[in-house]
Design a protein around this ligand. Structure first.
Ligand SMILES: O=C(O)CCC(=O)C(=O)O
Length: 290
């Protein structure tokens, strides 16, 4: 574990922003070296998927469970500039539940009037089966591997504050976009956190370059992984205890609900470096957030 992450603990301003707006932008979250290795790995996975599935070069490539494909992806799990924000939002009883690589080639000139669509909240069946208002449960971090700093580059579209409304906000009276919708515009290397309840959709890439992003989702450990059940031993074996926790490892079944310290090494690591009061404080902040 990289102790430099303690320099990036959540500020009060970040906490308020995430709580009220449902998203948070962390610029320069990944350094140039890691960004280069992620793009290299992403390009390789993209090429393999296209070859294996006989995809056209201009089709959108979407691959889940990408975390096992390269050690560079594993490094994102506890990336120093993003990891502290995760434990500050969700606490120490957390796991990684999904990894999703998307390579979105240009739509082509004929697609200029394509409309962004597919507004949704994340969560599958729980969205329909939980009482309302929904609790947070999980969040995703979008690590941008290409620039999405212009509208035509198809950045993710979000409706800030909509995580606190269980319905998709109405379209504007003139038939325009949903009220409050905006497109995120950031540089490669930026991480964008978003609460799973926030309504979001993919923008349209009419630029001349492929849009590249990997989403990592984090949730409480008492939820199941969405794109894996158990990680392969060869992945777990190369990870330290905290990464193993994040990858769904634990001591026994009961520990999903009632973790001992051995189930959650992150808690012990935070206690060791930041003290018991800090660890207790995290739980209190969570109650305040939800
Ligand atoms: O590709 C995007 O911009 C949106 C992805 C998305 O909707 C999701 O990860 O749930």
């Amino acid at each position: 574990m990289d102790a430099s992450c303690f320099d990036y603990k959540m500020t009060d301003e970040q906490r308020t922003h995430f709580d009220e707006q449902g998203y948070l932008i962390v610029e320069d979250a990944i350094d140039d070296d890691l960004l280069g290795r992620l793009v290299e790995a992403g390009d390789r996975v993209d090429a393999q998927e296209r070859a294996a599935k006989g995809m056209e070069p201009d089709e959108l490539m979407s691959k889940f469970r990408t975390i096992v494909e390269d050690d560079a992806f594993l490094e994102l799990l506890d990336n120093p500039k993003t990891f502290p924000l995760l434990w500050d939002i969700l606490g120490w009883n957390i796991q990684h539940y999904i990894s999703h690589l998307i390579y979105y080639p240009p739509e082509g000139k004929s697609a200029v009037d394509l409309k962004p669509g597919g507004w949704h909240q994340d969560g599958g069946r729980p969205i329909h089966e939980m009482e309302r208002p929904h609790p947070r449960l999980s969040l995703k971090v979008a690590f941008w591997l290409s620039d999405i700093d212009a509208e035509d580059r198809g950045g993710i579209r979000i409706i800030p504050g909509s995580h606190r409304r269980d319905e998709l906000p109405d379209r504007q009276p003139d038939g325009g976009d949903h009220e409050g919708a905006l497109q995120v515009r950031v540089k490669a290397g930026t991480a964008v956190f978003f609460d799973r309840r926030m309504w979001h959709s993919r923008g349209v890439n009419t630029s001349d370059r492929t849009r590249k992003v990997i989403f990592l989702g984090y949730s409480y450990r008492w939820l199941r992984g969405l794109d894996y059940n158990v990680m392969p031993d060869e992945i777990l074996e190369k990870c330290d205890p905290v990464r193993r926790q994040l990858l769904g490892d634990g001591v026994d079944v009961k520990g999903w609900w009632q973790p001992t310290d051995d189930d959650v090494p992150l808690k012990g690591w935070l206690r060791e470096h930041l003290g018991e009061d800090y660890v207790k404080g995290i739980s209190e902040k969570q109650v305040a957030l939800s």
